[in-house]
Design a protein around this ligand. Structure first.
Ligand code: GLY
Length: 555
């Protein structure tokens, strides 16, 4: 089929209903950084599809948002191949090194050593991003890695201009960068920075170039892999050559939730969020949206969140290592049991000795829809801000600190204040439990692609985004609306300053409120097949950008 010429249009596009068919009237992309959005659109306009664009966008994000994701990390890609009508979850989550064991981060007194769990190469799981690029390029894409990685190589070589977000992140992790000479490229007082006001990542450019030329497997075998292992071990880590050689991405069946007249397609374990969303929606019940009393609905919502987060802690872990009875945990009958002690007048208590104030994560998300109806919703991470803070010398690869997503000791809270049990204990080769939740929702002839960073708050942000979409909100509303969060422990309702709730009434039921700084960085694409309309929006809490490009026939 002859492709129509391109006509650019910003953020919103209306096509003629007469041209409505099963293909979108253009393509749309939202990501956490304008350079990544631009790179993705260029790839789409260069004959690439959504999967090629996903490689380009994720590679650029790893360079321009080095605090959030990258080659040294992992993530989940939810993919839809429209020609095959096939949707899958590409699991590129990090794995524990084979030498890891359940007490890896316990000190002599049996307490979790938070420094070892968060800083330096001992905190790093085996990265999955390079393997994901290889898999996407081989099985889904149309362009070679030399094309899709080119923008990331260019940005790494030429340098990333400073912005307030990057500067704040660098300052926050300055202490960790002091420990490792190769990490000084991110130190706030690095000479390179003070002269040019750009973060130049020359070694990373060479590494990306190697992957473009030799294929993504060059990350896992050969001289680069040998350097990664040697440097990790020299600096206190436990990686081996086998760890890299054995790493594989996994295609998993997504979790599909039917709620009212919507179909929600989202992540399966080792992310917890899909199971939790199924539980939350079933606990709310089909008539929740019809309730007329906003505070009664909020009370039920908080109680559903509390129970879902306690379920996460009890049951969820890597499905390749622990039995996760998905059918049972996501069933309506199970949700009814969870709500048996629900009291419409009183808050339940989460009751635990352990509680920590949750931090917001430093992950990234993008959503892409191409003109053929292929789409990608992807959430990628190196866990904490700038991951482990350890840049592998000679490679430019900044390693994750995703090992902290394991439960280092049953009941002890991690970076996000999340507690866990045996199901998420550390074991050799196991994937750590995640909250990341790239999601797609089909409702009333409309598809929404959404997701966000935010650690443990990802689940509640995605859930609120879905609820808003089902009430008719567009892309812009989804990313701007104020947010609420409750994760069982600590037993508090966190709200953004603009969130409207009748605090007094809910406090009278026993809820404890805390207003905090805004959180999240949601990236949304919406395709209305009925109106032949595309929308995209990027969260104003971040610095990202969203674009819709219209394609019209020339005659
Ligand atoms: N590292 C954050 C998460 O995977 O949930």
């Amino acid at each position: 089929m002859k492709r129509p010429p391109l006509l650019l249009c910003l953020l919103c596009l209306f096509g003629s209903p007469a041209t409505a068919d099963t293909s979108p009237p253009g393509h749309a992309l939202a990501s956490a950084h304008p350079a990544a959005t631009k790179a993705g659109l260029e790839v789409l306009n260069d004959g690439g599809n959504a999967f090629d664009a996903a490689i380009a966008v994720s590679a650029v994000l790893g360079v321009v948002e080095p605090y959030g994701s990258g080659l040294g990390g992992g993530g989940f890609f939810l993919l839809h191949d429209s020609a095959r009508n096939y949707t899958t979850m590409l699991d590129a989550r990090e794995r524990a090194p084979l030498a890891a064991h359940r007490d890896l981060y316990l000190d002599a007194d049996g307490n979790v050593d938070r420094d070892r769990a968060l800083n330096g190469p001992l905190a790093a799981g085996i990265p999955g991003i390079a393997a994901a690029w290889g898999h996407l390029a081989k099985h889904y894409g149309q362009l070679p890695l030399t094309r899709t990685l080119e923008p990331a190589i260019r940005h790494a070589r030429d340098g990333v201009p400073l912005n307030p977000k990057l500067e704040r992140a660098m300052t926050a992790r300055a202490e960790a960068f002091l420990r490792y000479p190769a990490s000084s490229i991110f130190a706030p007082d690095s000479p390179a920075l003070s002269s040019g006001k750009r973060v130049v990542q020359t070694d990373l450019a060479s590494t990306l170039n190697l992957l473009a030329e030799q294929g993504a497997q060059a990350f896992y075998r050969g001289s680069l892999a040998e350097t990664l292992v040697a440097e990790v071990r020299d600096n206190g880590g436990i990686w081996s050559r086998q760890d890299l050689e054995q790493y594989r991405v996994v295609e998993r069946e997504p979790i599909t939730i039917q709620w009212r007249d919507a179909e929600i397609v989202t992540v399966a374990p080792p992310s917890a969020t899909g199971v939790m969303l199924a539980q939350i929606f079933h606990m709310l019940g089909d008539d929740w949206l019809d309730g007329s009393d906003r505070d009664d609905r909020t009370h039920r919502l908080i109680e559903a969140l509390r129970r879902a987060y306690l379920e996460r802690a009890r049951h969820l872990g890597d499905p390749d290592y622990v039995d996760v009875p998905l059918q049972r945990l996501t069933s309506m009958e199970y949700a009814r049991k969870l709500m048996e002690d629900f009291d419409p007048e009183r808050a339940t208590r989460s009751n635990s000795l352990y509680a920590a104030e949750p931090e917001v994560g430093h992950t990234t998300h993008f959503s892409i829809l191409d003109r053929d109806g292929n789409w990608v919703s992807a959430t990628l991470s190196i866990n904490g801000l700038f991951g482990s803070g350890f840049v592998v010398p000679g490679t430019g690869v900044l390693l994750n600190n995703e090992m902290d997503d394991f439960s280092a000791k049953p009941g002890a809270p991690n970076l996000y204040g999340l507690v866990g049990s045996e199901a998420n204990a550390i074991a050799p080769g196991k994937r750590m439990l995640s909250s990341m939740a790239p999601t797609a929702v089909y409702h009333a002839n409309t598809l929404a692609l959404l997701g966000t960073p935010g650690g443990s708050r990802i689940t509640t942000m995605v859930m609120q985004g879905i609820l808003q979409f089902l009430q008719g909100a567009g892309a812009e509303s989804l990313v701007t609306s104020p947010r609420l969060h409750h994760q069982a422990l600590p037993d508090k309702v966190f709200t953004e300053p603009d969130m409207v709730v009748d605090r007094e009434r809910l406090e009278a039921k026993g809820h404890i409120f805390e207003v905090t700084e805004p959180w999240g960085n949601m990236q949304v694409v919406v395709w209305n097949t009925h109106e032949v309309r595309l929308d995209a929006a990027s969260d104003p809490r971040g610095i990202g950008s969203a674009k819709v490009e219209a394609l019209y026939a020339s005659d």
